[in-house]
Unconditional design. Sequence first.
Lengths: 113, 113
Amino acid sequence: MSAVKLRRERPASTQSPQEKIAQIAKALAHPARVQILQTLLRRKTCIGCDIVEEIGLAASTTSEHLRILKEAGLIIGEIERPRVCYSLNPAALKPLAAFLGQAAASAIRNRQV
Amino acid sequence: MSAVKLRRERPASTQSPQEKIAQIAKALAHPARVQILQTLLRRKTCIGCDIVEEIGLAASTTSEHLRILKEAGLIIGEIERPRVCYSLNPAALKPLAAFLGQAAASAIRNRQV
DNA sequence: TTTGTTATTCGTCTTTCGACGATTAACGAA
DNA sequence: TTCGTTAATCGTCGAAAGACGAATAACAAA
């Protein structure tokens, strides 16, 4: 309770394209977080705290994963007292998806599916 | 020089789908590695040690990034004495690409581009 | 055989991640 | 106001990532 925490990543505006892509990938770089996104994909819209139950980790740990996903912009959380309603924001995946698209295109050019 | 190192990730066969996806994402979760892949995309095929020069990190560090990419199957390195010739293996990106595809599809279903 | 060229491994260090329990926050309901 | 419910934060700890220089490996060429 002394100083500011300053947990920020770096303003998106000053990020290189590589950094943008890597940042999104980093948000996906944990099985639990992938599982959270898949859960949100399956059960269309928002979910309360049963994400915690679904992935089987401690509530605090899950909350941390949700924070990371939120910070990366991949999910959105709307408060609906006393719970929070999470939903996907697939648009945030675009830079990474575009990069993968390029790689796939090169695969076609080089005739290696 | 004492014991085995055992740096393995875990046999792909026993990996859950989430783990597979997360593992690929983890390999992409560093700007330098994204940059390496982009370089290989641009200059069609393999490159020697000028990857080191391109990304501006120490040779040993770069070698480590290349190892990670290789271990994830994203690149292939053929030795061409005295150098090594790297090339992309875009097929290894498939599981991640498929996942992003699903998310994009859900975006269309929900009318949020 | 010695020399030169490039890639990799080793050892070390600092920083970040991931997990947890405990605590705190933020309210609606009673 | 007090109570109950759910989320988020804090503090801690071990494990892993990331960076580097130094040392080593693996040959082709001289």
